[in-house]
Design a protein around this ligand. Structure first.
Ligand SMILES: NC(=O)c1ccc[n+]([C@@H]2O[C@H](COP(=O)([O-])OP(=O)(O)OC[C@H]3O[C@@H](n4cnc5c(N)ncnc54)[C@H](O)[C@@H]3O)[C@@H](O)[C@H]2O)c1
Length: 189
C-alpha cells in the first residue's frame, strides 16, 4: 500500500486531493504537510505536519518518520502572487522543488509535481500545441515551471528518480480559494 507525503496540502489542489487519496489508500497512508495549519478537514482527518519546503532537513525528516514511498509536491507560489514577488517565487518554487527532488533521490521515492500552461509563452503555437514546443514564458511563474520541468527530467536521467508531471490549466477548487493563480495566461504583468 502506498504511503504518500503531500506538500502544500492546504492549497486548492491538496485540500481536495488529500481527501480522495485518504479514501483510496487509507487515512494513515497520506501525510499532509503545509507551512501553515488551519481548520481545514485535511488537518483533522489524518496525519498532518507543519513543513516549510525550503527546509530540506525537515522535509527529509518527515519523509523518514512516516516511511513514505511517494512525494506529491504541491507547495508553490502561483502566478499572480509570484509576479508581485518574483524573488520569493524563485526561492520557494525552485528551492522547494530541488529539496523535494533531493528527498526523493535519497530515499528512492516516486515523485509527482504539477507543471502548468504557464510554462508556455506568447510565442508558443496556440493550436495543436505539441508536448515539445517553444517555451519562452515571460512571467516568473512560467520561468519556474519550465525550469522545474527540466529539473525533474534531470533527476530522472541523472539519478533514475521516477519523476512525473502534468501541465495543468487554471484549476479552481470548490472548497479552497485560489492562492494566487487561476488562469495563468490572464495574469497582468
Ligand atoms: N490551481 C491551478 O490553477 C494550477 C494550475 C497549474 C499548476 N498548478 C500547480 O499545482 C500546485 C498546487 O497549486 P494550488 O492551486 O493548490 O496552489 P495554492 O496556492 O492553492 O496552494 C499552495 C500551498 O502551498 C503552501 N505553501 C506556500 N509556501 C510554502 C512553503 N514554504 N512550504 C510549504 N508549503 C507552502 C500554501 O500555504 C498553500 O497551501 C502548484 O505547483 C501549482 O503551480 C496549479
Amino acid at each position: 500500500m502506498k504511503r504518500i507525503l503531500v506538500t502544500g496540502a492546504l492549497g486548492q489542489i491538496g485540500s481536495e486531493l488529500i481527501i480522495k487519496l485518504r479514501e483510496r489508500y487509507g487515512t494513515e497512508h497520506i501525510i499532509a504537510t503545509d507551512i501553515r495549519k488551519n481548520g481545514n478537514p485535511v488537518v483533522q482527518s489524518g496525519p498532518f505536519e507543519t513543513l516549510d519546503v525550503t527546509d530540506a532537513k525537515e522535509m527529509a525528516a518527515v519523509a523518514k518518520k512516516y516511511q513514505v514511498d511517494t512525494v506529491i509536491h504541491l507547495a508553490a507560489l502561483l502566478s499572480a502572487t509570484a509576479e508581485k514577488n518574483p524573488l520569493l517565487a524563485w526561492n520557494l518554487n525552485m528551492g522547494g522543488l530541488v529539496n523535494a527532488l533531493e528527498v526523493a533521490r535519497e530515499l528512492n521515492l516516486q515523485f509527482f509535481t504539477p507543471s502548468s500552461i504557464g510554462a508556455f509563452g506568447p510565442t508558443t503555437p496556440k493550436d495543436h500545441t505539441p508536448q515539445d514546443t517553444i517555451q519562452r514564458p515571460i512571467t516568473m511563474y512560467g520561468v519556474n515551471k519550465v525550469a522545474g520541468e527540466l529539473l525533474c527530467d534531470y533527476y530522472y536521467y541523472k539519478f533514475g528518480v521516477d519523476t512525473r508531471g502534468l501541465r495543468f490549466p487554471g484549476l479552481i477548487s470548490y472548497v479552497t480559494p485560489p492562492g494566487g493563480g487561476t488562469t495563468d495566461n490572464a495574469v497582468e504583468i
